[in-house]
Design a binder for this molecule. Structure first.
Ligand code: CA
Length: 232
């Protein structure tokens, strides 16, 4: 499960991130509203923890923009003061829950779990692309009905490509997605994992699904599909 934290207080963001990683979540952090909106739109995150007071674009504006684009990722808003108007406004523009600062980390965890539970009940658990099936709950993957054994990191990479089907992902975007820890960006690592994944997913199959887009990155695409790629 992937979470996005949009919080300009860097220390607080770092503490939340660390705590969530310990709980087994993959975590992205944005420090201003514009960056947050970009990440919320382009990264396949499962839930967003969104502060209201943010530079460049505040949390309410960010959420409005997100919902206007039809993106329904669940959002917990953080309000600095327990003011009723903040809450009402947040819920009006599409927040799923809110939490007043200062908050207890356990409480945040509980709210995130509740949101994700609601979401996973609603969302389709199995992604199908060509003859691949990816069960996003059990992490079981099959191609042509044959089980494919992936490491945790290979699975994350495949899931990331699958959620973004027909969209080119840069090495940087992939790296940020499959690694929790801040990490020395060596994009060769992505190439290595793509090779591992190709050996398991595409090797021995006539139809290749993982495509290299020269100078841009990688994309999962079923080229036999007719018509325009789906709007993302
Ligand atoms: Ca703030």
């Amino acid at each position: 499960m992937h979470l996005l934290i949009v919080e300009d207080e860097k220390e607080l963001a770092a503490i939340i991130k660390e705590g969530l990683i310990e709980e087994g979540y993959a975590v992205e952090v944005a420090h201003d509203g514009e960056e947050g909106l970009y990440m919320a739109e382009h990264y396949p995150v499962d839930a967003i923890v969104l502060d209201i007071m943010l530079p460049k674009m505040n949390g309410i504006e960010l959420l409005k923009a997100l919902r206007a684009k039809g993106i329904t990722t669940p959002v917990i808003m953080l309000t600095a003061m327990d003011t009723l108007s903040d809450k009402v406004e947040g819920l009006d523009v599409g927040a799923d829950d809110y939490l007043t600062k200062p908050f207890d980390f356990e409480e945040l965890l509980a709210r995130i779990r509740a949101l994700l539970r609601r979401k996973s009940d609603a969302k389709q658990a199995v992604i199908r692309i060509a003859d691949i099936e990816i069960n996003t709950k059990s992490h079981e993957v099959t191609r042509g009905g044959k089980a494919i054994n992936l490491s945790a990191r290979e699975y994350l990479l495949l899931e990331c490509l699958a959620y973004n089907k027909d969209t080119v992902l840069s090495r940087t975007a992939i790296t940020e997605h499959i690694y929790n820890e801040d990490f020395d960006m060596d994009s060769n690592v992505v190439d290595v994992y793509i090779n591992y994944l190709r050996n398991k997913i595409d090797k021995g199959f006539e139809k290749k699904l993982i495509h290299t887009v020269r100078g841009a990155g990688y994309m999962l695409k079923d080229e036999s599909e007719a018509g325009e790629p789906e709007e993302k």
